[in-house]
Design a protein around this ligand. Structure first.
Ligand code: SF4
Length: 227
């Protein structure tokens, strides 16, 4: 079990510093070439791997070239095009109705505010944050996905369980200039080392400051259970 720094602010800054050194090229792994493609890729990525989404969107983005094309696509046709993605039926419905709204209410452009984005079907705060950050260069918050959720709890940055509450805890302690990068760093570290089931604490750059470290630590603070 590592010993966290005295305050959560110091702990957050140290985590960012070390992970930046470990993952200097950390960035979003979804592939897209415009804001609409980004929005669609993020909607598809809910509970699905980015790798799988990238495989599917390659052909999808060649077939449908704008919001009208998605809005006018028959439900069965779009669902079929997404059939290897989790919850493809619902996601096809979200994409069609979101694109309808983009056409009728936003002149065919992906909106650039949190309120307008979260008003679209299938778009929650997490999706909106990603689209704002990578599509519009607007950083209003911290994207809390499953990796950020797990690592933030394991590393003692929050005791909250739900993404929006975790984001509220993280925003005052992660320096604002790192809000965007914090997510990518957690994702990279979560994939490479701090996996959900079997974190490799022996090979972790955060081991000495991690209160969940498995050496002689007993509890995984992410789940609250014993290792
Ligand atoms: S791999 Fe282990 S030591 Fe590193 S952050 Fe995860 S739980 Fe902590």
């Amino acid at each position: 079990m590592g010993t966290p720094l005295e305050t959560r602010e110091e702990q957050a800054v140290e985590i960012v510093d070390r992970l930046e050194e470990a993952y200097p090229d950390s960035t979003i792994s979804l592939r897209y070439s415009n804001r609409l493609e980004l929005l669609i890729a993020v909607i598809l990525s809910a509970q699905c791997t980015d790798e799988r989404v990238n495989q599917e969107t390659k052909a999808l983005f060649e077939t449908y070239d704008g919001p009208e094309a998605y809005a006018n696509a028959p439900q069965e046709e779009l669902a079929e095009a997404l059939s290897s993605i989790t919850y493809y039926n619902n996601k096809a419905k979200y994409i069609r109705t979101a694109c309808e709204r983009i056409v009728t209410e936003h002149d065919g452009e992906v909106p650039d505010t949190m309120d307008e984005l979260t008003d679209l079907p299938g778009v929650g705060r997490k999706t909106a944050n990603v689209v704002l950050q990578h599509g519009h260069d607007v950083v209003e918050g911290i994207v809390v996905d499953t990796h950020v959720q797990r690592l933030s709890r394991r590393l003692g940055l929050t005791e909250e369980e739900y993404p929006e509450r975790i984001e509220e805890d993280l925003m005052p302690i992660v320096p604002e200039g790192y809000w965007q990068q914090f997510t990518h760093l957690c994702i990279d570290h979560g994939r490479a080392t701090c996996s959900a089931r079997n974190p490799d604490c022996n090979d972790c750059v955060l081991a000495d400051i991690c209160p969940s470290e498995r050496g002689d630590g007993e509890i995984d603070l992410a789940s609250g259970d014993s290792w």
